[in-house]
Design a binder for this molecule. Structure first.
Ligand SMILES: Cc1cc2nc3c(=O)[nH]c(=O)nc-3n(C[C@H](O)[C@H](O)[C@H](O)COP(=O)(O)OP(=O)(O)OC[C@H]3O[C@@H](n4cnc5c(N)ncnc54)[C@H](O)[C@@H]3O)c2cc1C
Length: 379
């Protein structure tokens, strides 16, 4: 099998990278140990959201959102896409100040948003509890069903010649990979896109799992209309230790309500933890009391791949020639998948990317930059 680039992992990141590279004529082989998009991609909420904790996050997420709107284009139904918008809910005056500040940043970058007072908030979302101060509506945000989108990306890549190999990579080799069944696949370039499992193949990688719980209700069309996120979420979402829950409610196009989310470090156990689920649901019902009366259909967990600075690693490994990284997307990898693929393909093909690649380069981490490959290749 001839291949230019081997991608390990067919989650949304690997699939997006395969699609972008294959569209430019690169011969890609993608390796997946399980079903396509079955990792964090299947567990995530699929919220396509502009995040602005720092300039690099804003650049990556807003550019990616513009790519998503183009990508879902003429077939939004296939992605279960909805341009529902996000309302960042402000509980009090302090959070209203945060909404105003967020609105100023987004507006200054040309992102459509509007500040809502209490009346505007309740007019749009009557299920919210009384007494909230208002919020910020970001109307270009949306949602997709991520495993479907990942499959569409992979199908497009395969239509352009990408080969899919089912198998588990057990080790990185110099110029290729070793599969658990003993097969060796060779390529000059290997892209590691294994999400939260990436460090299992690359021990020096500063990426750790961050567990999240999610639950979904039966169909209640119109219960809410926008993705609702508490502004307090910003405080908890990027903590690098401990446990937290935040109010994050999504109206699925099916009429179901997707309820998130929690954050926990220090575990790789995917079991649903009743105490954490209860805490998350109670918190959500604190914002939308009628939620407590709805039927829950299913709950599950997933692992985000968290990097120390909350930004993904996209680009060459500074100490292992031929090895490239596309991982560490934390809680934003559905949103940022398309921009990640664009950055990776541009760097690999020596094109000028649409946004600066530097903030996401793996070389920013000393653990990688100082890695010396004594054997002269990927081991
Ligand atoms: C609870 C939760 C909610 C989230 N909500 C959102 C959201 O609303 N919006 C958003 O933008 N993001 C969200 N995210 C984040 C998003 O889901 C992830 O960032 C994204 O799915 C990461 O994709 P990935 O392809 O890197 O990883 P994954 O989807 O985990 O894919 C990695 C793939 O690699 C395969 N693999 C691993 N090891 C090997 C191996 N050794 N050999 C072969 N294959 C291997 C796995 O089987 C898997 O298919 C959420 C995440 C969670 C957990």
């Amino acid at each position: 099998m001839t291949t230019d680039v081997l991608i390990i992992g067919a989650g949304i990141i690997g699939a997006a990278c395969a699609e972008a590279l294959a569209a430019r004529g690169v011969q890609v082989t993608i390796i997946e140990q399980d079903a396509i998009g079955s990792g964090a991609t299947a567990a995530g909420m699929g919220h396509l959201v502009v995040m602005d904790d720092n300039a690099a996050e804003l650049a990556l997420s807003s550019y990616s959102l513009s790519l998503w709107r183009e990508f879902v284009g003429t077939a939004p139904g296939k992605h279960e896409y909805s341009r529902c918008g996000t309302i960042w809910v402000a509980a009090d005056d302090e959070e209203m100040d945060a909404a105003r500040a967020k609105g100023d940043v987004l507006s200054s970058h040309g992102i459509e948003c509007s500040l809502l007072g209490a009346a505007g908030l309740y007019e749009r979302e009557p299920a919210l509890r009384p007494g909230l101060a208002g919020g910020l509506l970001v109307s270009g945000d949306g949602l997709v069903y991520p495993p479907k989108s990942a499959r569409i990306m992979l199908e497009r890549a395969m239509a352009n010649g990408t080969q899919l190999v089912m198998g588990k990579v057990s080790a990185l080799l110099d110029g290729g990979v070793l599969l658990a069944d003993g097969r060796e696949l060779r390529a000059a370039t290997v892209v590691l896109a294994c999400g939260s499992r990436s460090a299992a193949l690359l021990p020096e990688l500063p990426v750790v799992p961050k567990k999240g719980h999610v639950a979904i209700t039966d169909r209640y069309p119109g219960f809410i209309r926008h993705q609702l996120v508490e502004l307090g979420y910003i405080k908890s979402a990027h903590a690098s230790s401990g446990e937290s829950v935040a109010f994050n409610l999504q109206p699925r196009p099916t009429g179901q309500i997707l309820i998130g989310s929690s954050r926990q470090f220090g575990t790789e156990d995917l079991s649903v933890e009743p105490a954490m689920m209860k805490r998350m649901l109670r918190h959500a019902a604190g914002f939308t009391p009628a939620l407590a009366g709805l039927n829950l259909l299913r709950c599950w967990t997933g692992m985000r791949a968290a990097s120390p600075d909350g930004l993904p690693l996209v680009g060459p490994h500074p100490g292992r020639p031929g090895l490239w990284l596309a991982t560490g997307h934390e809680g934003l990898g559905i949103t940022t998948s398309l921009a990640t693929a664009h950055l990776l393909a541009s760097q690999l093909l020596n094109d000028r990317p649409a946004i600066a690649a530097e903030p996401y380069l793996p070389a920013r981490f000393a653990a990688l930059a100082s890695h010396q490959n004594e054997h002269g290749g990927v081991q």
